[in-house]
Design a protein around this ligand. Structure first.
Ligand SMILES: [Zn+2]
Length: 328
């Protein structure tokens, strides 16, 4: 066989391998859903009359629109899906605080020095409204915020911190310690730069099992704000149950999924994205399964991820009185 034939054969093999990867990436995620003997709920539904009033407002700062087949592995749909960059403003009688932080007004300054690949992929979004503008609309100064609780430390969840100088940042200790070996070294130290000099206050989910999750932290000791570990996406990705007297329970998922289909089917994102954003594949898939079975058991609880623009908009539309801007 001469050299030209060898090169042609090599090219064919590489092409077939590449085509195989593309086709494989479109196939459904494989999960065994036939049996489930996971942890049974350990808590009963909280008595709403004993809970405080808590208001919840999603603050959307930016977005990127992708075909569904990227957000949901196994979907062959090209329908547009909006991936949001959001914070959540939570007003509890004991504290007004944020869950994640959206985007700061000068986020583009922080992204300007990153690689072209980063800026054209993960760092590519349409800026809509800064966190500081949202706070202004809600008649809040940053000093009115008791703290910002970060679901995890990926750059796109701490990107609003530059608008919050001095505001304490609450982080799962598992996440903060793991980040020293992983996230803090990524993208040229972007997360470290965004965190600035804000005080870090680590918390531990060392309370009892909660619902079907292994452990918890009851943030105010009144059963209203309960944190649970949802690991895999990162080591300490942390979800938040909000139980209240003035509206339905809600379960915030951090970045355990992008959109509801990820836990409903369940399905990862397209492997091109999943492999780049997932810290521990096996643990993240186990969390997907846990969320899948929780969703089946609790269809009444909105389970909303921090990038899920559709569910965030739907929640705001269903609860207009709870999302309206405070004018007093
Ligand atoms: Zn993330």
């Amino acid at each position: 066989m001469n050299a030209r034939k060898l090169i042609a054969l090599g090219g064919l093999a590489v092409g077939a391998w590449g085509l195989g990867k593309v086709i494989n990436g479109l196939l459904p995620t494989s999960f065994d859903l036939t049996t489930w003997h996971g942890k049974q709920p350990t808590t009963s539904t909280p008595d709403a009359s004993t809970l405080p009033e808590v208001t919840i407002s999603f603050l959307r700062c930016g977005s990127i629109t992708l075909p569904e087949l990227i957000a949901v592995r196994g979907s062959l749909s090209l329908a547009p899906r909006v991936i949001a960059h959001s914070a959540v403003l939570i007003r509890h009688p004991q504290a007004t605080f944020l869950y994640d932080t959206g985007l700061s007004s000068d986020i583009q300054l922080y992204l300007a020095d990153r690689t072209l690949f980063f800026r054209k992929t993960l760092g590519n979004f349409t800026f809509e409204q800064s966190l500081s503008d949202h706070l202004l609309q809600h008649n809040l100064k940053r000093t009115d915020l008791a703290f910002a609780l970060l679901s995890h430390l990926h750059w796109d969840h701490v990107s609003g911190v530059p608008d919050l100088p001095g505001v304490p940042l609450r982080v799962n200790r598992v996440e903060y310690e793991a980040a020293h070996y992983t996230i803090f070294a990524q993208h040229g130290g972007l997360t470290r730069q965004l965190l600035g000099n804000n005080p870090i206050e680590c918390f531990d989910c060392t309370g009892p099992a909660y619902e079907s999750f292994r452990s918890s932290l009851d943030l105010f000791g009144d059963g209203s704000i309960v944190l649970v570990p949802l690991p895999g996406h990162t080591a300490g990705n942390t979800g938040m149950f909000i139980n209240r007297s003035n509206g339905p329970r809600i379960f915030l998922l951090g970045d355990a999924v992008w959109v509801a289909e990820n836990y409903l089917i369940p399905a990862t994102m397209h492997p091109f994205i999943w492999s780049r954003v997932t810290g521990d594949d096996a643990t993240a898939r186990q969390t997907l399964l846990d969320l899948h079975h929780f969703a089946l058991a609790h269809p009444e609880i909105p389970m909303i991820a921090m990038h899920d623009a559709h569910l965030q908009d739907a929640f705001a539309a269903l609860s207009p009185g709870l999302n309206e801007i405070t004018t007093t």
